[in-house]
Design a protein around this ligand. Sequence first.
Ligand code: ZN
Length: 135
Amino acid sequence: MDKIEHIGIAVKSLEKSNLLFEQLLGVPPYKIEEVISESVKTSFFKTGPNKIELLEATDNTSAIAKFIEKKGEGIHHIAFAVKDIVSEITRLKSAGFTVLNEQPKKGADQKLVAFLHPKTTGGVLIELCQDIEEN
Ligand code: ZN
């Protein structure tokens, strides 16, 4: 795995939290994107080399809605950049981690993503993400 790509934070209202994080970080989100397949609306902030992703559920079936119901707003996942997501999935599976989606899927911000179950990662949801190359 390479660097931490971003930290994902579950929020109840993207509108309110965008304002809060804009005040906190001193920059507006550089991108707001809905991921229909995940039932989330996301925004991304850059601060120096780091990125923060805010996620709001767009319906009750969303993993973000369930997370907020159980734990409230807060850090939802840590994402690591990987160069080859398929080989990382294979490596992590054979090391005993539970991969939630063995087939990488398209996430926000032009990434292929896969998640590791927090039960096998010390309680932290881990996202792997690989840049999607534009053809
Ligand atoms: Zn993420």
